[in-house]
Design a protein around this ligand. Structure first.
Ligand code: KG4
Ligand code: ZN
Length: 368
């Protein structure tokens, strides 16, 4: 937080807008930490029949919802446009048709109100989300570097190393599917609906995670030599294929039920979590990490949270994103928007565009 001329902190109030996937969200956040309102309209039910998100359908649904969602966020916060210092919008990475709805809406609002416009990177917003709602003490301790962020969602699986200067490096990423996709595609195969994560987590609780051995790709677990370049990379398509063959052997995923279904799901979830854990803990060890952040939709998963909590080495601060800020929301976007507004009060201008893919990362826009 910067200081005004009289030495008092300057308040920054930002409206955040998020439409990168299947949630239409808006939030008002003050000073990067105080969530004044946060509204999320989920389209999950609309996409569930297709077993995954359909980008054009997502865009149409965003278009229908965005006006009401933004108005609700402003009215719940009891603020008008005059009370804001800027508008932050997710402009990538994500589904292009979906992103464009939020970006164009935010551009229009910025042009008509004169408020500065900030383009927010969704991936960084997920990391920032881990610090929303934190008390200042946690934030202070979390400032111990290097920070390792494990970002696990439907679109990403990556390990990012951040040092005290804000310099950042993606040390590992998925070579194929994101881990959230591994949950979603498994649920589709087993006829459990969309999204897969929550239902798999629930059914896994009643299963025996040690009954079936699913692969832990790129961990060297099966005695396969691991290339140095892949030490922190992920690959989940092989686990998914192993599940497909497992289902065929047992008469098909759609007909699986009871103990067999629960044990299958528990074993599959265990393979995913074990892989995430192994990679994360070896990076923590190799890079002398002081703070580990776990964020993104898959960070809602209780088994993953428990694994991280029980295995975090002594002396390493673990920042698990609060569950309500793990899946897509606009509070994390507005929060990061506040930080960007302090560094660049005039904003990025109306020419910001939407982009689908994660750009090369060299710095993060926050000192956490
Ligand atoms: O962050 P998010 O809302 O959207 C993206 O940016 O992708 O993450 C959505 C992903 C979905 O793949 C969903 O299955 C997964 O997060 N997810 C979970 C859980 N809740 C949501 N995965 C595992 N366990 C959960 N409880
Ligand atoms: Zn996300």
């Amino acid at each position: 937080m910067s200081k005004g001329g009289n030495g008092r902190p300057v308040m920054t109030t930002i409206l955040g807008i998020e439409t990168s996937c299947d949630e239409t969200a808006a939030a008002v956040v003050r000073d990067g930490r105080v969530i004044v309102s946060s509204v999320v309209a989920s389209q999950i039910a609309r996409h569930a029949v297709y077993g995954g998100v359909v980008p054009e359908l997502a865009a149409r649904e965003h278009l229908k919802a965005i006006g009401t969602v933004v108005d609700t966020a402003l009215s719940e916060a009891e603020v008008g446009l005059d009370d804001l210092d800027g508008i932050a919008v997710t402009n990538g990475p994500g589904l292009l048709p979906a992103l464009l709805v939020g970006v164009n809406y935010a551009r229009g609002l910025s042009a008509s109100s004169g408020l500065p416009l900030f383009g927010v990177n969704h991936f960084f917003a997920h990391i920032y989300g881990a610090f929303l709602d934190s008390n200042p003490e946690v934030l202070r301790r979390a400032g111990e570097y290097p920070i390792l962020a494990l970002v696990v969602s439907g679109g990403h699986t990556a390990l990012l190393l951040i040092d005290a200067s804000g310099a950042a490096k993606v040390i590992g990423t998925t070579l194929d599917d994101a881990v959230g996709e591994a949950f979603d595609k498994a649920a589709k195969l087993l006829n459990l609906g969309y999204p897969g994560g929550p239902v798999i987590e629930r059914l896994a609780r009643d299963g025996d995670a040690a009954r079936f051995a699913f692969p832990r790709p790129l961990t060297g677990a099966a005695g396969k030599k691991l290339a140095a370049a892949d030490k922190y990379n992920f690959s989940f398509s092989g686990v998914k294929t192993a599940l497909l063959y497992h289902c065929r052997k047992h008469g098909g995923g759609e007909v699986m039920e009871g103990e067999l279904l629960n044990d299958t799901i528990a074993s599959y979830q265990e393979a995913l979590i074990d892989t995430l854990g192994r990679k994360t803990f070896s990076a923590i060890n190799d890079f002398g990490v002081k703070t580990a952040v776990v964020c993104g939709g898959v960070a809602c998963n209780g088994a993953l949270r428990e694994r991280m909590t029980t295995m975090i080495p002594d002396g390493v601060e673990l920042c698990l994103a609060p569950r309500k800020y793990c899946t897509d929301n606009a509070a994390m976007v507005a929060g990061l928007g506040c930080v960007q507004a302090l560094a660049n009060p005039n904003g990025d201008g109306l020419s910001i565009d939407a982009y689908a893919r994660l750009p090369v990362i060299s710095t993060v826009p926050f000192g956490i």
